[in-house]
Design a binder for this molecule. Structure first.
Ligand code: SF4
Ligand code: SF4
Length: 119
């Protein structure tokens, strides 16, 4: 059984999580299609997509695309906050440590509820 982990902290409205769309793809097939990870990164870079993580064990690659949300205002407010139109993923974000790996300044962090351990 895994460690009991609890989300701590709070959102300070930096809007970083509203600026990108993240995707997970199958690692081995994708790299095979492009010949190498370097070639894949070059190809994606022309489309504004970055490879932000690679997990050989899980056979996954993680992409990040700079696509700001249309509901984000110039002063970093969410137009649909506190409304039924707010996407579920936004209401719940972040749900895992991996969600904020690329956002070191996020106001949330994840800690083990086991004494003496934290992430
Ligand atoms: S990255 Fe974290 S602190 Fe910043 S807006 Fe998103 S949830 Fe809030
Ligand atoms: S809907 Fe709101 S919280 Fe979700 S990404 Fe857009 S601006 Fe951010």
């Amino acid at each position: 059984m895994g460690e009991p982990i609890e989300r701590m902290g709070e959102c300070h409205s930096c809007s970083e999580c509203c600026q990108t769309v993240n995707m997970t793809v199958v690692r081995d097939i994708t790299i095979q299609q492009h010949g190498s990870l370097k070639e894949l990164e070059l190809y994606l870079s022309y489309r504004g997509i970055r490879v932000v993580g690679s997990d050989e064990e899980e056979n996954r690659l993680y992409y990040s695309m700079a696509v700001p949300c249309s509901e984000l205002t110039k002063d970093n407010r969410c137009r649909v906050h506190d409304s039924p139109n707010k996407p579920l993923i936004c209401l719940r974000f972040p749900t895992t440590k991996q969600d904020i790996e690329e956002i070191p300044d996020c106001g949330y962090n994840f800690q083990s509820t086991r004494r003496g351990a934290n992430w």
